[in-house]
Ligand binder design. Structure first.
Ligand code: APR
Length: 228
């Protein structure tokens, strides 16, 4: 089976009602990143950070996967698909994708504040101050904050280097190391980028599909999967 690697960003979940990052003039749901998505913020005000991610989690649980998530899942009928996502929502999984790598973690799980490898499922939307990991540290959202390591980046680069087809959806390619993954994709494979505002892209020969994800991904999957 041919290998398809898809790298997605916030844009694929925009039509599910979840905010992207750079379309909202640098604020995330009205907060500065430094106040809610850094280890310093967690040290400074864990209640604010916990509440912020509780609200984000509530929005994720209320959101539904859209036609783009569902179309990507259909690729698995004919291809060996890996979805590498920068998103912390679980809409790819709920849309039917069976092989999802979360570069920046996933909001529906918690993690130990002492050991990021200790992660746990969260039932419902709220993670409370006082809920502790097995080592006794305060549980936090299982997400990668700015300034923290991206543990899955090496695995993601290896996966990209083996792609036969590479698809970029809904990412501004602003944040590293995620954005650097495109340079691991072999030059001679088919590459597509789907975005209503295609970002500047340094790697060559991308077929540009200037469209929203629900239209662009569905269109591309129809080309790639017979009878879709
Ligand atoms: N369909 C497809 N793409 C869309 C849509 C849509 N309906 N709406 C917006 N977009 C595109 C925008 O044009 C932009 O190129 O999605 C992209 C969103 O870019 P960002 O907001 O920068 O999101 P992303 O690239 O995922 O950010 C990467 O930055 O803040 C950190 O950790 C956070 O994972 C995030 C990372």
């Amino acid at each position: 089976m041919k290998k398809i690697v898809v790298l997605t960003g916030a844009g694929i979940s925009a039509e599910s009602g979840l905010q992207t990052f750079r379309d909202s003039d640098g604020l995330w749901e009205g907060y500065n990143i430094e106040d809610v998505a850094t280890p310093e913020a967690w040290q400074r005000d864990p209640v604010l950070v916990q509440d912020f991610y509780n609200m984000r989690r509530k929005a994720v649980l209320e959101a539904q996967p859209n036609a783009a998530h569902v179309a990507l899942a259909k690729l698995e009928q004919q291809y060996d698909v890996t979805v590498i996502t920068q998103n912390i929502d679980d809409l790819h999984e709920r849309g039917g994708s069976g092989n999802v790598l979360h570069l920046h973690g996933v909001i529906t799980r918690s993690q130990s504040s002492l050991n990021p490898n200790l992660t746990y499922p969260i039932n419902g939307w709220e993670l409370k101050i006082g809920e502790l990991c097995e080592l006794g540290s305060q549980l936090r959202a299982h997400v990668v904050w700015f300034g923290e390591a991206v543990p899955m980046i090496e695995e993601a680069a290896r996966i990209c280097s083996q792609a036969d087809i590479f698809i970029l959806v809904g990412t501004s390619l602003n944040v590293y190391p995620a954005a650097g993954l495109i340079h691991y994709v072999p030059n001679d494979v088919s590459k597509f980028i789907i975005d209503p505002k295609i970002p500047p892209i340094t790697a060559g020969n991308f077929t540009r599909i200037e469209a929203k994800a629900t239209e662009g991904v569905t269109l591309l999957v129809k080309e790639l999967v017979n009878g879709y």
